[in-house]
Design a protein around this ligand. Structure first.
Ligand SMILES: CC(=O)N[C@H]1[C@@H](OP(=O)(O)OP(=O)(O)OC[C@H]2O[C@@H](n3ccc(=O)[nH]c3=O)[C@H](O)[C@@H]2O)O[C@H](CO)[C@@H](O)[C@@H]1O
Ligand SMILES: C=C(OP(=O)(O)O)C(=O)O
Length: 434
């Protein structure tokens, strides 16, 4: 991956983040190349896990410049860590944690802030953190994080919207997760790595971001086995040191550009991808007739003459990711027939549908199922991104729509897409920010 290109994108991203509206003139097929950024969902827990290291510096050679990453950096800085260089290359020094309560103004911005709870408990024996609460896509409780920590000896009280956690020492335990929660698996891995004895997480999440976190914990001196399978075994150690940790490519960003290419009748090459992580997305895209070929870290995608309708069900990894459901909903409005989408992970993740309807889509939602009638003639409209992937779906629909679309709430998009306007423009789209 070309490091220089990230320095350029950083400048672009920083200047565009303050502008809140994305304007797209639809109808241009996406052509050319796009470099996929490192994964948001991998770098966030790794930054939180820097709280665990007793000495030394951690280097993340390339991190994405996203508002969520900036928020997590602010959280760990507030807790005493020094982040000595900013994206794309991060150098994090832990010369001692200060305090145990990240400020609410940061925590409320991002659900992933909850990931500092376990490291604070492990290192400080005490943590106070505001409940991340519900957000647009569902209620998103954290009961599995808390049940696991409690089994490891933490005393947890919820008062006035805050979790107050303390322990004299975390001890290893056998924990069965009722659902393979990504966040709960990450919390318990971070708790287990410095706990006394052995922690077993059963029905653990299998996501590639879990494996990336395990690589980091092990490179720091931890003993984590089985990440990427549904049983993770962690033998507690007493001491962790800084290291160098590469971040995996963002599979959801890659999927988003694949779908954007398919809906616009385009043809593109994605660089810096990990094909293994994209299998379900590639499989479902091929079912629509889209051509997809991979060659090591490069992926070629070509839109078909006509898109075929498909059936889709979101599932934990390696199933089809919920974070790609809104983008596929947009894509399937253009298929030649009726598609069925079932969202099984979040109970309220069809908020993009109302906005797509304003653009001419024909979609009916009944509970967790959306019926998408194809061959819609999409037209430009004023629409609002209600969350990150809803925003991505609107961008995708706008690229294929007739006329101009104005998307407000683009700060949601900046949480997870590095320099999206510049990347799409370089592929021939007519996109600006205002
Ligand atoms: C920063 C990050 O990595 N975010 C990802 C992570 O979120 P996150 O880690 O929050 O997602 P989880 O896997 O924990 O959540 C999945 C489901 O489990 C439920 N649940 C979760 C925890 C808990 O204690 N109790 C409980 O009931 C949630 O409400 C949801 O219905 O995985 C999601 C599912 O792939 C992705 O959509 C998010 O992009
Ligand atoms: C839901 C997402 O992120 P988060 O868990 O940070 O809200 C996402 O990345 O689509």
């Amino acid at each position: 991956m070309d490091k220089a290109s990230y320095s350029m994108t950083e400048v672009g991203a920083t200047s565009s983040i303050s502008q809140n509206k994305i304007i797209i003139q639809g109808g241009e097929p996406l052509k050319g190349e796009v470099v996929i950024s490192p994964s948001k969902n991998a770098v966030l827990p790794i930054l939180a896990a820097c709280l665990l290291q007793h000495e030394g510096q951690t280097v993340i050679p390339i991190a994405p410049n996203l508002t969520d990453v900036q928020t997590m950096i602010s959280v760990i800085e507030h807790l005493g860590l020094r982040v000595k260089s900013k994206p794309p290359s991060l150098l994090i020094e832990n010369a001692g944690i200060q305090g145990n309560e990240p400020p609410y103004k940061l925590v409320r911005k991002m659900r992933a802030s909850i990931l500092v709870l376990a490291p604070l408990l492990a290192r400080q024996g005490r943590a106070i953190i505001a409940l991340p609460g519900g957000c647009a896509i569902g209620t998103r409780p954290i009961d599995l994080h808390l049940k696991g920590l409690s089994a490891m000896g933490a005393d947890l009280q919820t008062r006035e919207g805050k979790i107050e956690a303390k322990c004299s020492e975390l001890t290893g335990a056998k924990i069965y997760l009722d659902f393979p929660s990504v966040g709960a698996t990450e919390t318990l891995m971070m708790a287990g790595v410095l706990a006394r004895g052995v922690t077993m997480i059963e029905n653990a999440a299998l996501e590639p971001e879990i494996v990336n976190l395990a690589q980091f914990l092990n490179a720091m001196g931890g003993k984590v086995q089985g990440a990427g399978t549904n049983v993770i075994r962690i033998e507690g150690v007493r001491y962790l040191r800084g290291t160098v940790q590469p971040i995996i490519p963002d599979r959801i960003e890659a999927g988003t550009y694949m779908v954007a290419t398919a809906i616009t009748g385009g043809e593109a090459v994605l660089r810096n991808i990990e094909p293994d992580h994209l299998q379900s997305i590639i499989f479902k895209l091929r079912e629509t007739g889209t051509e997809v070929e991979c060659e090591s870290s490069k992926l070629y995608v070509k839109a078909p003459e006509t898109l075929r309708p498909i059936q889709l069900r979101t599932m934990p990894y390696p199933g089809f990711p919920t974070d790609m459901q809104p983008q596929f909903t947009a894509l399937l409005t253009k298929a030649q027939g009726t598609s069925l989408i079932v969202e099984t992970i979040f109970e309220n993740r069809f908020l993009h549908v109302n906005e797509l309807l304003r653009m001419g889509a024909r979609i009916q939602v009944e509970g967790r199922t959306a019926v998408v009638q194809g061959l819609s003639r999409l037209w430009g409209a004023r629409v609002r991104a209600t969350d990150l992937r809803a925003g991505a779906a609107l961008v995708i629909a706008a690229l294929a729509a007739c006329g101009k679309t104005e998307i407000t709430g683009s700060d949601h998009i900046d949480r997870g897409y590095e320099n999206m306007v510049a990347k799409l423009s370089a592929m021939g789209a007519s996109v600006t920010r205002r």
